[in-house]
Ligand binder design. Sequence first.
Ligand SMILES: CC(C)(COP(=O)(O)OP(=O)(O)OC[C@H]1O[C@@H](n2cnc3c(N)ncnc32)[C@H](O)[C@@H]1OP(=O)(O)O)[C@@H](O)C(=O)NCCC(=O)NCCS
Length: 324
Amino acid sequence: MRFELVPAEGPILDEILTATFDVWHEGLSRRAYDRYYTAQLATPWGRSALRRWALVDAGAVLASAKVYQFSGVLDGQSIRIAGLGAVFTQPAHRGRGYARGLVDRILERAAADGADLALLFSEIGPDYYARLEFSVIPRSDLTLTVVESDRRGAPATLVRAGEDRDVNDLVAMGQVRSAPYRLHLHRDRDLVKFAIAKKRLLAGLGAPGARQAQFFIAEEGASAVAYVLISARASTWTIEEAGDRDPSGARLGAILQALIARDPAERRPAIDGWLPGDFSPPQVHIVERRSSAETMMIRPLTARGTPASALSEHEVLFWNGDVF
Ligand SMILES: CC(C)(COP(=O)(O)OP(=O)(O)OC[C@H]1O[C@@H](n2cnc3c(N)ncnc32)[C@H](O)[C@@H]1OP(=O)(O)O)[C@@H](O)C(=O)NCCC(=O)NCCS
């Protein structure tokens, strides 16, 4: 293909944001949609690991996509992951192989830069990306309920809003929790802060009260021993990520009980999200498990990025809030 792959900046970025707004605005105004993206790029993790590329022909944008540069672990080895998001062909140029050309070019470049594995979450089912050599990793969305405390009030756990000083504890909990899984991200301080910032930005840039980002921790001896990041929208809570030093997850369950007990008169929230297979707080029940709305798919780029055998749902740890 003779077309050029260029970083999406300036007027090219404007053209892409104008065209993609209808599909991905998430309830934001046009101005807020632009700021949501540029503010993510301005975070320490975004600056170094988030890029948007455009396939252009004589200055005209044909197609574009975001690339997230993660590090991770596959079958016990450190790998570099190219996360592909927001694949989009300008409406006037569809059906001419531009998305395929863009993905191929981006992945060639990513592989040359050391990426071992390409990862994406398809909003259009698996067929299109299967033709681009991606294969599905099964994944479920969960609906959860929280058993309310017998004491009809907050359990005796010190729960407070999470702060920057808690991030190291979150990282340490994440490392222990993810270690047994065959595929997971390496979530360092910057990535954890990016994940929290992203949810706060979406809430802050939206219509007043439309969404909230709730970040709470359970504290013991001045450190965070469990935490949860929730996106709340109307009466639905989505668990974006969570952690607990206690393998059983009992303190996460206690945080959720405390949050629900804050306002006993309020209707109970519907809770959805995702939890790793071995993370089942006794206070939390899974009431429904269904195939994820977004299909998780991978394409190995090197031998190191090739799973030793097909990955099952329970061998992968990937938080909802990290889905891109
Ligand atoms: C999906 C999309 C990127 C494809 O772009 P494109 O440049 O037209 O793609 P290509 O020319 O490489 O491939 C065209 C093929 O994709 C198929 N296709 C397009 N949209 C599809 C969809 N939603 N589901 C499955 N296949 C789809 C077309 O039917 C066509 O099939 P054909 O080759 O058998 O005729 C484009 O339709 C788009 O931007 N859609 C809106 C944004 C979106 O949904 N992006 C995907 C996010 S995961």
